[in-house]
Design a protein around this ligand. Sequence first.
Ligand code: NAD
Length: 334
Amino acid sequence: MPLETKLTKLLGIRVPVVQGGMQWVGVPKLVAAVSNAGGLGVITALTQPSPDALRKAIRETRTLTKYPFGVNITLLPSINPPDYEGYARAAVEEGVRIFETAGNNPGPLIKYFKSKGCIVIHKCTTIRHAKSAERHGVDCLSIDGFECAGHPGEEDIGGLVLLARAAQELKIPYIASGGIADGRGLASALALGASGVNMGTRFMCTVESPIHQNIKDKIVASSEQDTVHIFRTLHNTARVFKNGVAQQVVALERRPGGAKFEDVRELVSGQRGRLVYELGDPEHGIWSAGIVLGLIKDVPTCEELFGRIEREAEEAIDGLVRLRVPSSRAQAKL
Ligand code: NAD
């Protein structure tokens, strides 16, 4: 039986699973595969070199799927600050109606999308920011726990408590992000009051993901112990794969006197990270990965992955229902 939630109704999708923004990964082929499999595929705007290139990516995605998909715009410190407004305008003009926003000071971007009648899912890592985005009029929050790949914020609150806090505090629907890679995760998120989940690292390791097979194999061979935080001392913490480059960055940050961004800039540049995925060399640069590395054991197609997630979530939910003892029997046991 399909899992119908506030999220599936809001977005017009079949399975309450969103593919979150991922630099160099959220490209048309993967986005369309996720949407065709029943979830929401999301194009990462900043992966495209210009707003015009984003227009082309949106058009290409439309040739690959007839189902809804979205666009992610993430506002974080950048070596070359992107033309966020240009990307946003291009996507709206191309008819995109679903946006995932994330990062710092998203208010003006949210206001723009809402003025154009779009649906906004805002990703954030604290309840304070979630409530602020709610006041800005977003439609859904993506509550990103400490387990996540990329930027977990600076407060280190795990998903379990963050989602339970979201249930206490938020009026609008929210989805669970960070630490989710399978149907058990989806069922747990629903139990915590979420209307669905966001997954990133899991989608990196699918047949349709654009990254090199060596990196997919590396993900499968890795465990939950294979990530590390960089940029902790620069207040822009990012969870990345624990390779030699990441450990070099951490060592520079830990030396007496610490490190300025300039000291690590060459090591961490996104362009260098992009080559990891192109060349298939996991040591070439920095690449994002969540601790769900420990849960990923194969490289399925998106369709296979969705089939499995739906089945596992239903089994987990049925298992919980079976745990309920009728009250007369419970009395007799006492
Ligand atoms: P980049 O080459 O501009 O920077 C590399 C990394 O250094 C990024 O994590 C960035 O946040 C960080 N950084 C840059 N300047 C900094 C500074 N002055 N202080 C502290 N940290 C700094 O990044 P990129 O890979 O080309 O990506 C472009 C933008 O997209 C960045 O803002 C990045 O954070 C963001 N991003 C988006 C997603 C997504 O899912 N949409 C994922 C990863 C990164």
